[in-house]
Design a protein. Structure first.
Length: 368
């Protein structure tokens, strides 16, 4: 009987894992890394030598040395750190600095490190969506909508021109075809002002556009009949940085403060009241951004800005425009999302691995 139980436990253990090279694509599918800001450093940052099985995934907002020690003690095989612990390039990996020590400890204990950061900010089911729940019932749209990672067709520009004679057209088309990064070259007979002409259309990259235009400019007739179109990447619905939230029912600023404190489980927040406003002033629209929101919120029309931190002068600008500002400290606007993330990833990963929350992760600032 005991031997049977051991064998059964072994079979259960073998099913409760994923190979890292299987898990990373699954995490990327949950929130595409293409949604992350261009300056960000996201994805798999530290990879133990393969094959690497992941039975336990530890979620944290910040990967500190205390959290890394927790990962070691809890036998985590992968740490998902919302903030990337490796951001600026490391020139060496020694025991000298704390970020280098994180890498050393991770590799010594065969712990991978993955960071999604701003990809989780942008997705509809991400950090900003969770933060908006602190306002109460509301509808929201991204402040800065994300675009699809690619254009609807190949190339970034479309070039169209008409030729009213066949003279030299074949030569021009041949030269265009030889330009790298030109696509979808087509010709179509058309009638313009009662004359038979040939309409030429092609797509090209930004680099190829310069060569195509230079070629067409050698023929003044073709050049005068040339149209240039910028191919726009389509917007992704409900996806992007920040949120503009419209409350179903206006609420006083004081009520909104209490809702946010309750949602974030904070005893206090910082408040700047907009010029001409009071704690009793109604809030109908709130612009929010988890983390550091100055650049995302700047210039947005709203009754309230909600974020973790803003620069002093951006707060002054908002207040002067009659916009109140609530600051909760950077990671306090993000960390609570991890509980929802655990539940969503458990479903997304089909309950194949054990997902736990860090107990050592906390905001570095406190009121004394």
């Amino acid at each position: 009987m005991l031997l049977h139980r051991i064998r059964a436990a072994g079979r259960l253990s073998s099913r409760s894992l994923m190979n890292l090279r299987e898990l990373v694509p699954a995490l990327n599918d949950f929130a595409s890394l293409s949604l992350a800001e261009s300056w960000d450093n996201v994805g798999l940052l530290v990879e133990p030598s393969p094959p690497h099985a992941v039975r336990t995934l530890l979620l944290t907002n910040d990967l500190t040395e205390q959290v890394m020690e927790e990962a070691v003690q809890k036998n985590a095989d992968l740490v998902l750190s919302y903030h990337p612990p490796i951001f600026a390039p490391l020139k060496r990996v020694t025991w000298r600095t704390w970020k280098e020590r994180l890498v050393v400890r991770a590799l010594e204990h065969r712990i991978g490190i993955y960071s999604p950061h701003t990809a989780y900010d942008a997705v509809p089911h991400g950090v900003n969506n969770w933060l908006s729940k602190g306002l109460g019932a509301c509808t929201s749209v991204p402040l800065h909508p994300s675009t699809a990672p690619s254009h609807p067709t190949e190339g970034t520009h479309r070039v169209e021109f008409c030729a009213d004679t066949a003279e030299n057209l074949e030569t021009v088309l041949s030269k265009i075809s030889d330009i790298p990064e030109t696509f979808c070259l087509t010709t179509l007979p058309v009638r313009v002002d009662g004359e038979e002409q040939t309409r030429v259309s092609l797509n090209c990259s930004q680099k190829a556009l310069l060569e195509v235009v230079a070629l067409l400019s050698q023929n003044s007739l073709l050049y005068r009949k040339t149209d240039l179109l910028l191919l726009q990447k389509p917007l992704l619905p409900h996806t992007g940085m920040g949120r503009l939230c419209t409350l179903s029912e206006p609420a006083s600023l004081s009520d909104i403060i209490e809702r946010i404190k309750s949602h974030l489980k904070l005893p206090h927040v910082r408040l700047a009241v907009g010029t001409g406003k009071t704690l009793d002033s109604p809030v109908k629209k709130a612009a929010l951004c988890a983390g550091s929101g100055s650049s995302v919120l700047k210039g947005m029309e709203a009754d309230l800005y909600l974020t973790g931190e803003m620069s002093h002068h951006d707060i002054l600008d908002a207040v002067a425009n009659g916009i109140s500002v609530i600051l909760c400290e950077h990671s306090n606007t993000e960390r609570g999302f991890l509980s929802e993330l655990r539940d969503m990833l458990t479903i997304h990963l089909q309950n194949k691995i054990n997902i736990i929350l860090s107990e050592k992760d906390r905001d570095p600032l406190q009121v004394v």
